[in-house]
Design a protein around this ligand. Structure first.
Ligand code: GDG
Length: 483
């Protein structure tokens, strides 16, 4: 492998995540290009990556063996190969069929298969090896998310000189659920390879520390874990955010404003546009949300002449059985609602099973009077924050589930329990009928919150705590240059 080439420059900051921040596209002539997938994580990390000769390790999304490391627009990318069996067992299986539902309150039933676990171990080791070969002496490695929980300990064993951080983007479940996992101890020990283990919410961090105490038997005090070899691991909450300024700028741009008007016209200028934007995932509460909305129409509290619900459901994990079932369920529900309640040219729900460019998303956020975010459980939920970022006139209403991490910060939203359909319906009506002055007060407060804590602050606060975590460690990251 070229990665172990001693000539190859090593990185002072290495990011490890399941996916690379680029998508591989095959051109008609068979040549290969990489298209940057615009995510908050890249935006946040790009400046500090550039300042520290950073490298990003991740899967390319395909099954081609041994793609060489390459540079894309100044970012060093190191692809890790997965076989099609690994995609099935490690990615669709253990990551998305076991961990994802288990960590989201078992809203779907997690499956436990020993061969999925074996594949998870093999693939985690491959990522750890790639990180070990890419990182410079005493470098910082930041590992991301539930697909990579064994990487910290594997990497520490290979490279004890490294400073290692881990951040979990999804919830971390209470002990009562976590302990169902046949491999619970191995996962906890995997995470304990890091110097800092970050979560979205304080409750998740507490769940982790409690489990470490009970299941692994280490001493703990508050957010600190004391290992027998003298090392300490610090847990903590680092709520993720978005590129607030960049998104607001996009929302203010002429083409987006124009498109927002056009969307309203295409929907036949309804009085109220309600909007849902989610990956098509059973954790997002799409089914109950649409059912609740349809009841408001059926009961005459809203009419299809006045209101329309636009639901964007981005295709996701389509090869996993539970996602196929969900798609069929939602298709059937939307068909039934529109069949029963719609009029010619006036559907109750405008359902879009598709993904769109950022500009179109910003235009939808601009067009929507009420944003409805009702996950049954969600690590953070960036969509809620994105809506707030786009409402630069401080109008619009956000209906938000208390079970999304975002509810900790967006306290002025109309907070709901997504399992309580009547309560959710009442809050939607309250949002629709609210006094504009009240809405403006709420939106201003939420805009202040997110502008004081954007994704760059998130990344730098995590890296700061990580850099202070090992006082004996002599090397510090260079700060990002102002952009
Ligand atoms: C995980 C955690 C946590 C969606 N459709 C389109 C599109 N999107 C964008 C949204 C948003 C992102 O995808 C989705 O982020 P969420 O946070 O809402 O949810 P997950 O995908 O489940 O993310 C979550 C997050 O990680 C970060 O830590 O907040 O809790 O589950 O940015 O706008 N973007 C474009 N077209 C689409 O059709 N361009």
């Amino acid at each position: 492998m070229t990665r172990s080439d001693p000539e190859q420059p090593k990185a002072e900051l290495v990011i490890v995540s399941n996916r690379l921040p680029v998508d591989r596209v095959v051109n008609p002539d068979g040549s290969i290009d990489w298209r940057r997938s615009p995510g908050g994580l890249v935006t946040a990390l790009e400046p500090v990556m550039r300042a520290n000769d950073g490298a990003w390790i991740g899967w390319s999304g395909g099954t081609d063996p041994d793609l060489e490391p390459f540079v894309d627009d100044g970012l060093s990318l190191v692809p890790v190969a997965l076989s099609s069996q690994e995609v099935e067992e490690f990615y669709e299986g253990f990551s998305n069929g076991t961990l994802w539902p288990l960590y989201h309150d078992v809203v779907a039933k997690p499956e436990f298969h020993r061969e999925w676990w074996d594949s998870y171990v093999t693939v985690n080791r491959r990522f750890a090896e790639a990180a070990a070969e890419t990182a410079a002496e005493s470098a910082t490695v930041w590992v991301h998310d539930y697909q990579m929980q064994l990487v910290p300990a594997m990497l520490r064993e290979m490279r004890p000189d490294l400073r290692i951080g881990f951040f979990l983007h999804i919830p971390f479940p209470p002990a009562e659920l976590f302990q169902q996992l046949p491999w619970r101890r191995q996962l906890l020990e995997g995470l304990l390879g890091a110097d800092v283990v970050g979560f979205q919410r304080p409750g998740a961090s507490q769940n982790f520390v409690r489990l470490v105490r009970q299941r692994v038997g280490h001493k703990t005090h508050r957010d600190m874990v004391y290992l027998p070899d003298g090392r300490t691991v610090q847990a903590g909450a680092f709520p993720i955010s978005i590129d607030v300024e960049g998104l607001e700028q996009l929302a203010r741009s002429e083409p987006v404003q124009q498109r927002a008007k056009e969307i309203r016209e295409q929907l036949d200028n309804p009085k109220y546009i309600l909007l849902g934007v989610d990956r098509l995932d059973y954790t997002k509460g799409i089914y109950a949300r649409l059912r609740g909305y349809s009841e408001l129409i059926a009961e005459g509290r809203l009419s299809v002449e006045d209101a329309v619900f636009v639901q964007v459901a981005t295709p996701s994990r389509e090869r996993v059985e539970q996602y196929r079932v969900l798609r069929d369920d939602i298709d059937r529900l939307v068909g039934r609602i529109n069949g029963d309640l719609g009029r010619i040219g006036r559907p109750a729900i405008s359902y879009l099973h598709s993904s769109y460019p950022r500009e179109e998303m910003a235009a939808l956020f601009r067009a929507a009077d009420v944003m409805v975010v009702t996950p049954l459980r969600d690590g953070m939920n960036l969509v809620a924050k994105e809506y707030v970022a786009c409402r630069y006139e401080s109008d619009g209403a956000l209906v938000l589930s208390e079970f999304a991490g975002a509810a900790d910060e967006l306290r002025q939203a109309f907070l709901i329990n997504p399992y309580d359909i009547n309560g959710m319906k009442a809050s939607i009506m309250q949002a629709i009928n609210a006094d504009p002055k009240d809405l403006s007060k709420r939106m201003k407060a939420m805009r202040k919150t997110i502008s004081e804590h954007d994704v760059k602050d998130w990344a730098s606060s995590f890296l700061k705590v990580l850099s202070e975590a090992r006082p004996m460690h002599h090397k510090q990251l260079r700060p990002a240059r102002r952009t």
